[in-house]
Write a protein that binds this ligand. Structure first.
Ligand code: ADP
Ligand code: ZN
Ligand code: ZN
Length: 739
């Protein structure tokens, strides 16, 4: 009897053997339902087995094969196995976590049939000249449908008011809706030397490319097979335009393109932008904000080849794409590409592996590349493509000024020069953005009599004061309580907020500029669905004068009337224990500074710092990422940090402090016992040593060779799995970003 190995979502590093009845037809990559313990669970058939280690009588049979969707292609199975090996995460959980939720359920999914619109018999004979002239959109739709039936998405791309016009046309009986016939087109990519199967699509060419842009496009399109390109372009240099042109070229060749973007950037805006450039191209987006059904639907459109462009956040890297021709990773340095729980993968790194596996080019774009990528470009592993000019002619980079706050009086955190600069913008009816990476009113509440500080009783952190609902809240565990009327220790009533958060800044600026329209953008003010979109619209429509925001505001938004960016208290990151903190700060400040003066108005950035001569600020003023990267690389090399070494972090947390430490100490002696050429550090407390009543500690292992570290992890992981852990939680994080 044939035996199939099945991936199941269980925390064991193995596949599970099941027998397949002679009459059952099953392909590798199909979802199956199998008995496991007393339950029926969903799995994925990974491979056929010659024989099983289990006694024949103990092998159970596959209960059901789901043939509702096509099997996962071999390429995906290989990619997922690679991830499981590399991140040392159970293979079954890896495979299952890559599937959309709907496809993980034990029942088959029912697909919405795709619908198409065509002219009805009456519509075909309609004399269009009899339609009133002002019904432009209706006419445009009728014209388009004379050529070919169209999907709803294609029609919507004709005009924003297409849905309304379509409704009228349906009511008039000129257009009808039918189930789309036949499957999607599946044309394999031409092999090298074969004539390209040219597909035409509509492409709205917005700009003639600059010389630098054209060169970058040429280099990538001339690449045959795998190649990794680092596109380093200052903010506003037209990286997006390059993506669009590359997409156009790959679509013409019959390929599919995958564009990965950081979490926060994926807004309907971005999707609409690409739709407007390719009005008749099927585009599918994939991110965690979609409803389960929609996500499954889009995933399947990608798998069938119907969706030509796939736009998504990190999880989209696991989408099957039969004609994948190019991968783009925008803002490749963004930490949100690294998943922080479950399978702790870096979508950027997985994307690079995938591109090499498929033999297609990949472009990593950023104004401030990660040091890892920069180092690879320096050493020649990646090819560097540079954009040194802003694309729009009059737009130049903002001037950056550092205010030395060590000898400037501050009013509630704001210096006089910054306030004056804001006042000048108000007068000129331009917008200002004040960037502060701390939400809430103040980071802590203090008793002036005895020095009591508001601390979380469950964590090693402070409770943040939120004045609008008078609560103290822990940003680590979510605990919250009412603001006390008096000090819990000495009873004194004089409790003072210490430090500044977004809410306090809003209050200060409002009292200083009573007539200004102030908009605060942070996780609290944008919690409700749609709130952020509404705010963005306000900003665009000029209904806000001063924006106060955390990093949410820093990314990828184009606000043409914004000419001033103020940065409050960035200094914490300069001397942080996290060795990546200053790299992140430079990226954030470059990005937030890039918001200023994008159109025809000059921009200005004012940074309040006690260390104006720090190399970070010098590089920021000179807009010189390269010098900054060089400085950081030298530091990292001296200190023996990535990208010069490869790391893995073992963290443990438990209710008892000793449990976590004992576990890690045993893990450490096991590591040393292996006598392999890796550095094993001591067991130390985590950056947040106690969170939600759990004590947290960690153990770092590193090597200057990726391969050596991997060999070590392969030997170490089974030992860790066998250590008695009790109620303790532990995780192994390969290439960790957070400590
Ligand atoms: P980036 O992604 O590098 O920050 P964008 O692609 O958003 O830059 O481009 C910045 C601005 O420049 C956009 O408004 C875009 O429309 C415009 N732009 C891009 N390329 C060109 C070009 N070749 N000619 C004129 N304008 C351009
Ligand atoms: Zn007190
Ligand atoms: Zn807490």
């Amino acid at each position: 009897m044939p035996i199939v190995r099945v991936a199941l979502d269980v925390p064991l590093p193995t596949l599970f053997d099941y027998s397949v009845n002679a009459e059952t037809s099953l392909d590798v990559g199909q979802r199956v339902i199998v008995p496991f313990g007393r339950k029926q669970v969903l799995g994925v058939a990974m491979e056929w087995a010659e024989h099983s280690g289990l006694a024949l009588g103990r092998i159970k049979a596959v209960a059901q094969v789901l043939d509702d969707v096509p099997p996962l292609p071999q390429e995906m199975l290989t990619l997922l196995r690679f991830c499981s090996d590399y991140y040392h995460y159970p293979v079954g959980s890896t495979v299952l976590s890559a599937l959309p939720t709907r496809l993980r359920a034990v029942e088959p999914i029912t697909l919405k049939q795709s619908l198409a619109y065509t002219l009805s018999a009456a519509g075909k004979v309609l004399d269009m000249t009899t339609l009133p002239k002002r019904r432009v959109v209706q006419q445009r739709i009728l014209q388009a449908l004379r050529q070919a039936p169209m999907s709803g998405a294609q029609l919507r791309s004709l005009s924003p008011s297409a849905p309304a016009a379509l409704k009228l046309l349906l009511e008039a009986g000129w257009v009808e809706c039918v189930a789309r016939k036949g499957g999607p087109l599946l044309n394999p990519l031409p092999l090298a030397g074969e004539e390209a199967n040219v597909k035409s699509h509509c492409f709205n060419e917005a700009h003639a490319l600059t010389i630098e842009q054209q060169r970058a496009v040429d280099v990538v399109t001339q690449q045959t097979g795998y190649g990794c390109f680092l596109l380093h372009g200052i903010t506003g240099s037209g990286k997006t335009e390059i993506y669009v042109h590359l997409m156009h070229e790959m679509l013409q060749r019959g390929g599919q393109v995958l564009l990965l973007v950081p979490e926060i950037n994926l807004t309907p805006q971005l999707e609409n932008y690409f739709r407007s450039r390719f009005p008749d191209v099927e585009l599918a987006s994939l991110h965690s904000g979609l409803a389960d059904g929609e996500r499954a639907q889009n995933w399947l459109k990608a798998q069938s080849g119907e969706a030509r462009i796939v736009l998504g956040t990190r999880l989209a890297v696991f989408t099957p794409l039969p004609q994948l021709a190019l991968i783009l990773v925008d803002e490749e340095h963004d930490p949100s590409f690294k998943q922080q729980d479950g399978l702790r993968y870096s979508a950027r790194d997985v994307a690079i592996f995938r591109a090499s596996q498929r033999g297609v080019p990949i472009v990593l774009g950023s104004a401030t590349p990660s040091l890892e990528s920069w180092y690879n470009a320096q050493s020649g592993r990646y090819r560097l493509l540079k954009l040194t000019q802003r694309a729009v002619q009059p737009a130049t980079l903002p001037t950056v000024r550092c205010m030395d706050i060590s000898n400037l009086p501050l009013q509630e955190g704001l210096s006089e020069p910054l306030l004056a600069a804001i006042a000048a913008r108000l007068q000129r009816k331009e917008q200002s953005l004040i960037f502060i990476n701390r939400r809430g009113y103040a980071p802590v509440l203090m008793c002036t009599a005895c020095g009591w500080l508001s601390e979380c009783k469950h964590c090693a952190g402070k409770l943040v004061l939120h004045l609008n609902d008078r609560t103290l809240r822990c940003h680590h565990c979510g605990f919250q309580q009412r603001v006390p009327h008096a000090c819990p220790t000495c009873g004194d009533a004089d409790l003072k907020p210490v430090g500044i958060g977004t809410q306090r800044l809003e209050e200060t600026l409002q009292s200083r500029f009573p007539e200004a329209r102030i908009l605060r953008v942070d996780r609290d003010s944008t919690r409700n669905k749609g709130a952020w979109n509404a705010m963005r619209k306000k900003i665009h429509d000029g209904e806000a004068d001063i924006l106060i925001g955390t990093q949410m505001l820093a990314k990828g938004h184009d606000f043409p009337n914004l000419t001033l960016v103020g940065v409050i208290s960035p200094d914490g990151a300069l001397y942080s224990a996290d060795f990546r903190a200053s790299e992140k700060l430079f990226a954030q400040l470059t990005q937030v500074g890039g918001r200023a003066g994008r159109a025809d108005k000059a921009g200005e950035v004012i940074v309040q710092t006690a260390f104006p001569n720090h190399p970070l600020f010098q590089a920021l003023r000179a807009h010189d990422y390269e010098i900054w990267a060089q400085t950081l690389l030298a530091e990292r090399q001296m200190a023996g940090f990535p990208p010069f070494v490869y790391q893995a972090l073992l963290s443990a947390e438990g209710k008892q402090e000793s449990d976590a430490y004992n576990f890690l100490k045993q893990a450490r002696s096991a590591a040393q016992g292996l006598q392999m050429p890796v550095e094993v550090y001591g067991v130390v407390p985590a950056a947040m040593p106690r969170r939600a009543n759990h004590h947290r500690a960690q153990l770092l292992v590193q090597s200057n060779k990726r391969k050596t570290l991997q060999e070590f992890l392969r030997a170490w992981k089974p030992i860790l799995d066998a250590l008695p852990a009790g109620k303790l939680r532990w995780v192994l994080d390969v290439d960790p970003m957070e400590f």
